[in-house]
Design a protein around this ligand. Structure first.
Ligand SMILES: Cc1ncc(COP(=O)(O)O)c(C=O)c1O
Length: 382
């Protein structure tokens, strides 16, 4: 079955009891056992819940994996992946990663005795040079957040295999519509399901997808032991969102491409970071790695300083001033003061996350309205 058919049908069978075409939402926290010491299909919702399992089945299929696990947030999913490691181990992570992941790696993993080195995901030599004998996990995002840098995932698979380490890919920005890292050979795919998978800014969730039974079992053990599972209502909403994932993402990509081209020709804009523009340094790799679009996230630097960028984001009307991304509503934000405020200022500067950078999440509104809004915001602010 094609991707969009699987998004509607895999894991989402009609209810055999009632014939309802949408599987029911199971809110129960506990399930009756056949007898003391005997276990049925489900016993307690942290360990397994039919609504969560339905979502996990769909996501595993869409990512080309064998299993998926749904967590209470994207950060809980990243955290679970890092719990595969232990004190003395080392993680190499792409420098252009979500600020919350940066904070988790530096402030939580380090507390647990796990060391972290950042290296630019788009510089494979530096990424590989950062690997030490203690490295157990290579963690990358592509496109990166917020610079939209492109990491060559097939090359990362080669690096990870050469060093016998796990490769984890945060696929939140690309979505399985555009990129399926497990099919390229990655070990773990992670999503903030809060973003495109849910797609409507009405749930918090995270997902890990894998293609290896043993890895699934270890991650399941961590999930059940630590308890950060996605709630059934969120799972239900996410499953509903997934049914339109491909349509949403394809249309949002088209709008993002148009807006990137418009901003690229605007003299008030210093530079546009969008992998769909031919001058983007990762354009060639993105064209191979991302199927049928370059994503719906784009960043640009305005001519001006921190205050100028702040005025632009404050002047937008249709683009709403908010962190998060990937939903039907378009959002605008200033990474230096919002999504990436948790980076050390030196790391921010070193990795090119400048004060005048603005990040857009392009939604499903008419692209002409979005272009007009950016035009008025730039005029008002600069
Ligand atoms: C790329 C990326 N990864 C991970 C996360 C964290 O996900 P959550 O906010 O669902 O915990 C986010 C959130 O913005 C994100 O953008």
């Amino acid at each position: 079955m094609q991707f969009r058919t699987r998004a509607i049908h895999v894991g989402q069978q009609r209810d055999p009891q009632t014939g309802a075409v949408v599987p029911p939402l199971h809110l129960a926290s506990t399930f009756v056992q056949p007898a003391a010491g005997e276990w049925g299909r489900y016993d307690y919702s942290r360990s397994g819940n039919p609504t969560r399992e339905a979502l996990e089945t769909t996501v595993a299929s869409l990512e080309g994996g064998t299993h998926a696990l749904a967590f209470s947030s994207g950060m809980a999913a990243v955290h679970a992946a890092t719990m595969l490691l232990q004190s003395g181990d080392h993680i190499v992570a792409g420098a252009d990663i979500y600020g919350g992941t940066y904070r988790l790696l530096h402030r939580i993993c380090r507390r647990a005795g796990i060391e972290v080195t950042l290296a630019p995901g788009n510089d494979l030599q530096r990424l590989e040079d950062a690997i030490t004998p203690a490295t157990r996990l290579l963690w990358v995002e592509s496109p990166g957040n917020p610079l939209l840098s492109i990491t060559d995932l097939a090359a990362c698979v080669e690096i990870a295999r050469r060093h016998g380490i796990l490769l984890g890919v945060d696929n939140t920005f690309a979505t399985p519509v555009l990129t399926r890292p497990l099919e390229l050979g990655a070990d773990i795919v992670m999503h903030s399901a809060t973003k495109y998978l849910g797609g409507h800014s009405d749930l918090l969730g995270g997902v890990l997808a894998v293609r290896d039974e043993k890895l699934r079992d270890e991650l399941y053990f961590i999930q059940n032991a630590t308890g950060a599972v996605m709630g059934p209502l969120e799972c239900f909403l996410c499953s509903r969102g997934l049914k339109t994932l491909e349509l949403r993402v394809r249309e949002q990509c088209r709008s993002a491409q148009k807006l990137a081209e418009i901003l690229n020709n605007d003299r008030r804009v210093r530079r546009v970071l969008y992998p769909g523009l031919p001058q983007h340094p990762g354009h060639e790799i993105a064209a191979q790695q991302m199927q049928g679009g370059f994503g719906a996230m784009l960043s640009f630097e305005v001519e001006g300083d921190f205050e100028a960028a702040r005025r632009v984001v404050n002047s937008a009307r249709l683009f709403q001033l908010a962190v998060s991304l990937g939903a039907v509503e378009s959002l605008i934000e200033q990474p230096a003061s919002m999504s990436h405020a948790s980076y050390d200022p030196q790391d921010r500067a070193a990795h090119g996350i400048t004060d005048s950078l603005i990040r857009l999440s392009v939604g499903l509104e008419a692209v002409e309205d979005l272009a007009n809004d950016l035009d008025q915001a730039l005029s008002n602010a600069l």
